[in-house]
Design a protein around this ligand. Structure first.
Ligand SMILES: [Ca+2]
Ligand SMILES: [Zn+2]
Length: 480
């Protein structure tokens, strides 16, 4: 049923031949922040391979992702806000991406691409939700995406368990390089969502030594080495010119925000700019001129962009159902301005239970529009909330250390309830000057968009866990 839909959705007027279409490698790092990059001025961390990629890429400097893992992945895979595919958390029951969603991998496979995923899927570990059932020919993932074995992990190869040896990121890149070599005639789509540098903080000793004992930075440094290996392999296979390499991080900064966060307030799981701003690097030698694009772009744009790159794009009716737009004209044509748009972020993660979704409508959400950020950083106000309001309640109660930060009153700041705050994040990335009373008409326009958006997405905030298709045909073993 789903297959019929997306075969019809793509190649409506015939695909271009495979030789004209580039291979696509998409690397998504887990819990690395915008500031955790040498090229962004981090004085404590060396990332020579990511920096080289940065200098050879088109860079979206105002690029928005969701505040945490599964939500960003759902948006990347569907081209829609994650609530539209029912993803509202990172845990079982609320991270399963609706089976009615057509995935990026399905779109590219329909266009003739070989598809592989090597890393953290995090959109459902069981049955029909697994990546090899959702458009990937080859899938190498951890047994359950909450599993934290960084060394000697048991991995699933298209659902088959295999004991492996070594550091997980090195193994996943080895598998990705093999996939690239096997498919060098192209076109291929190689998705590498790393597990690093997400906690627990564990890294090979040589990287820990190289980073003066900072294990978080050591994990990034290991990914950086692997990206170096990947770029070398592309040159060896003479695929360098015909391959688009994309590097994005999946949410705001974590263990590095107190050291360097590019001047921004906010970290993973907050509605502040530092919670959802990501780097977004696009390298295609000879085709894309390295430069910055400051217009607002977002994770939901990946699917329509790659669909256009892979063929003749998507049919109008599918395009209309997406929140994303194709970035291809802006990538290839300098000086072309992106259309005026708003992008909405919401933390999600409300507790389970009757009425909880509505009770958290305004809890930790923001609206992006050009350089404006409209923020509601507020709890639901109930003392007995079992959700993540508790983290912010601690800050209200005077704690200066919570979550990822010992400057919690800064990164986890809470605003007065029932008020939107407005910031110009280009001039004020630390979000110190609330412009709401100065520009009431802008607040009204942006908050009006939020109200309309909530009405639209609310019916999609559902759980498929009770659905019979959510089968338990794979039972993950307990981690050792
Ligand atoms: Ca993450
Ligand atoms: Zn609450």
């Amino acid at each position: 049923m789903v297959y019929v839909c997306f075969f019809a959705a793509i190649c409506a007027s015939g695909c271009r031949s495979a030789t004209e279409r580039p291979n696509i490698i998409f690397i998504l790092t887990d819990d690395q922040g915008y500031g955790d990059l040498g090229a962004h001025g981090n004085p404590f961390l060396r990332t020579p391979n990511m920096d080289q990629l940065y200098h050879e890429s088109v860079r979206f400097t105002n690029f928005v992702v969701s505040p945490s893992c599964s939500p960003t992945r759902a948006a990347l895979m569907t081209g829609k806000h994650e609530f539209r595919s029912g993803v509202t958390h990172t845990v079982t029951g609320r991270r399963e991406m609706s089976l009615q969603s057509t995935t990026l991998a399905q779109v590219l496979r329909s266009a003739g691409y070989s598809t592989g995923i090597f890393g953290k899927w995090h959109l459902g570990s069981n049955g029909a939700y697994r990546p090899e059932k959702r458009g990937f020919d080859i899938s190498v993932t951890s047994v359950d995406d909450t599993q934290r074995s960084h060394f000697d992990p048991v991995l699933l190869f298209n659902g088959e368990e295999r004991q492996t040896r070594g550091f997980r990121e090195n193994i996943l890149f080895d598998e990705a390089l093999q996939f690239i070599e096997n498919n060098k005639e192209g076109p291929f789509f190689c998705y590498i969502p790393t597990y690093s540098p997400h906690a627990p903080l564990i890294a090979p000793q040589e990287h820990i030594d190289r980073n003066d004992g900072n294990v978080f930075y050591a994990m990034i440094s290991n990914v950086d080495d692997n990206i170096g290996r990947l770029m070398q392999k592309l040159k060896e296979l003479q695929l360098d010119e015909n391959t688009v390499v994309i590097l994005i991080n999946d949410n705001g900064g974590t263990w590095g925000v107190d050291k360097y966060n590019a001047g921004m307030r906010g970290c993973k799981g907050t509605p502040w700019y530092g919670g959802t701003r990501a780097f977004s690097l696009w390298r295609w030698p000879g085709q894309l001129e390295p430069r910055n694009i400051e217009d607002l772009a977002a994770h939901v744009d990946l699917l329509p962009t790659l669909a256009e790159l892979a063929g003749d794009g998507l049919r109008e009716e599918m395009k209309k159902s997406l929140d994303g737009i194709s970035l291809l004209p802006f990538l290839t044509e300098e000086g072309k301005a992106l259309s005026d748009r708003m992008v909405i972020s919401h933390k999600g993660r409300w507790p389970d239970g009757e009425g909880e979704v509505e009770a958290h409508k305004y809890c930790f959400c923001s609206v992006h529009w050009n350089n404006y950020l409209l923020v509601r950083s507020q709890t639901c106000g109930r003392d007995d909330c079992r959700g993540e309001c508790r983290v912010f309640q601690r800050v209200i109660d005077g704690s200066t250390s919570t979550g990822y930060s010992k400057k919690a009153d800064f990164h986890y700041a809470v605003n007065p309830r029932r008020l939107w705050a407005l910031y110009n994040v280009k001039h004020d990335p630390a979000q110190q000057h609330d412009l709401a009373s100065e520009y009431p008409e802008i607040v009204q326009k942006m908050s009006g968009t939020y109200e309309q958006w909530w009405k639209e997405v609310f019916p999609h905030i559902h759980r498929e866990a009770e659905d019979p298709r959510w089968s338990q045909d794979y039972e993950p073993k307990q981690e050792k």
